[in-house]
Design a protein around this ligand. Structure first.
Ligand code: HEC
Length: 118
């Protein structure tokens, strides 16, 4: 069946509108970054905002993205052989590590004066 031209054009237009609306929704969701699904695991030691919760765990807030991403891969691959971190990461995908690295890199480090104060 051949559709009249104007009919098809309006279909194209409504599809375009839907795509635009979807794009707006998707970008609203993306900024600020949603918490990574695996963040809870890391937060026990590094805090959700990258300020260490236990002695010996480094602060990750505001650390360079490339550095964090590379460090995580090194733990995963065993080039950094730290059993604690290797156990925490396990067999996570590059995408998971990337998401976590982006999250921590985007956090603002707390200064000593505002850490632990109400
Ligand atoms: C049980 C506590 C614990 C958990 C859980 C944990 N970490 Fe760690 N993390 C550490 C310790 C301790 C170190 C320091 C290890 C070392 O000496 O290399 C570290 C190091 C790191 C580093 C390297 C920082 C640097 O400056 O080189 C990154 C990045 C990191 N952790 C990210 C994560 C992420 C992401 C998760 C969650 C998947 C996680 N950690 C879970 C304790 C933990």
């Amino acid at each position: 069946m051949v559709q009249p031209r104007h009919h098809r054009a309006s279909l194209v237009r409504s599809l375009a509108t839907a795509a635009l609306a979807w794009g707006v929704l998707a970008s609203a969701h993306a900024a600020p970054q949603a918490k990574p699904a695996r963040l809870g695991l890391c937060a026990a030691c590094h805090g959700e905002t990258g300020m260490a919760q236990i002695p010996g765990a480094p602060n990750l807030a505001g650390q360079k993205l490339d550095y964090l991403r590379e460090a995580l891969k090194q733990y995963r691959d065993g080039r950094r052989n730290v059993p604690l971190m290797r156990a925490a990461i396990g067999p996570m995908s590059d995408a998971d590590l990337d998401e976590l690295a982006r999250w921590y890199s985007a956090q603002t480090p707390a200064t000593p004066s505002n850490q632990g104060n109400p």
